[in-house]
Design a protein around this ligand. Structure first.
Ligand code: SF4
Length: 319
């Protein structure tokens, strides 16, 4: 059996397993129990179809994701977490995008492959796992052969992640908060760490080692992202300690300093991350001795290419 045929079989099984969750939606930890096929009544405000803002070659992800020819990135609209400070609020909160059929979504994946993308990078996929799987089956039947990247906020349904075993090649989840106080205040999700830590542990079991090919891009593995929040470095240190104790040492960790107050960011986080805050976090991350550590020390000032405007045809301005 070819790799594509095997994946098609696994996608079919995942759809059988997850489709029943859609009628009374429990696809993510919000457990809204709305009928997704009948409308968009849940926290993610998304119905049965996915909605997409942009599908483009992304040159600003971690180097092992973007490579030299770009990551084939699909930005979904709607979100199951909706952080107050979301940099992509035009998509997560304002739902600026268009619904796409499964066939359209499959065509986007194949088009990105034809344009030289190193992978298919699904941004905010948690609430649209089913349309993604349906489209993926079509794309695989049409010749898609790229690694699949699950680029989520970490607030993923454990059942969904289990069903994705053998389908997702690279997990790229956020781990945003350790404290229930912070996740409750900024994302209305006091159970964020409880749920995200379960999901990320499962990802680490499935993809315990970051495997980088001869061209310098990842073929499979797990890269955990953490965005340091101003004034919350103690929370970062708790998270990093958890990563060191609970995940495979052969994963990647991306420690991000690019926080910039956006949308409805409360008063106490109306500033960037200070250099000494980043240094404390970076020292702790280095001490973990993980396989790959991606640091971002240059982003203390708001960096234009890190602040996309999805109302433009080209939302990013690459350097
Ligand atoms: S996927 Fe959407 S509707 Fe379903 S539980 Fe999560 S937020 Fe609610």
């Amino acid at each position: 059996m070819t790799a594509a045929a095997r994946k098609i079989e696994l996608v079919g099984r995942a759809l059988d397993r997850l489709s029943p969750l859609e009628k009374s939606c429990t696809l993510c930890p919000r457990d809204c129990r709305v009928d997704r096929t009948a409308g968009a009544g849940g926290v993610c405000r998304t119905g049965g179809l996915a909605s997409v803002s942009h599908a483009l070659l992304h040159f600003g992800e971690e180097p092992v994701i973007s490579g030299r020819s770009g990551s084939g990135t699909i930005f979904f609209t709607g979100c199951n977490l909706k952080c107050l400070f979301c940099q992509n609020y035009q998509l997560s909160w304002l739902l600026e995008g268009r619904p796409v059929s499964d066939e359209d979504l499959a065509a986007m994946m194949l088009d990105l492959q034809a344009r030289g993308a190193r992978n298919i990078n699904l941004v905010s996929p948690s609430h649209v796992a089913l349309p993604i799987l349906r489209a993926l089956r079509l794309a695989l039947e049409g010749g898609l052969a790229l690694p699949l990247v699950w680029n989520s906020n970490g607030y993923d349904g454990l059942e969904v992640i289990r069903a994705l075993e053998g389908i997702v090649d690279i997990y790229l989840p956020d781990l945003k908060y350790h404290s229930a106080g912070l996740s409750g205040r900024y994302s209305a999700a006091p159970d964020y760490f409880e749920k995200a830590s379960q999901a990320v542990k499962e990802m680490s079991l499935q993809q315990p080692a970051l495997d980088i090919g001869p061209d310098g891009t990842a073929r499979r593995g797990l890269i955990v992202r953490h965005l340091i929040l101003p004034g919350a470095v103690e929370d970062t240190l708790l998270l990093l300690d958890w990563v060191g104790r609970n995940l495979s040492p052969f994963i990647g960790l991306s420690l991000m300093s690019q926080y910039h107050p956006c949308f409805r960011a409360p008063e106490e986080i109306q500033r960037g991350v200070a250099a000494d805050e980043y240094r404390r976090a970076a020292d702790a991350a280095l001490a973990l001795g993980l396989e790959q550590l991606f640091l971002q020390p240059q982003a203390f000032q708001a960096d234009e290419h890190l602040m996309p405007d999805f109302r433009k045809e080209k939302p990013f301005r690459w350097k």
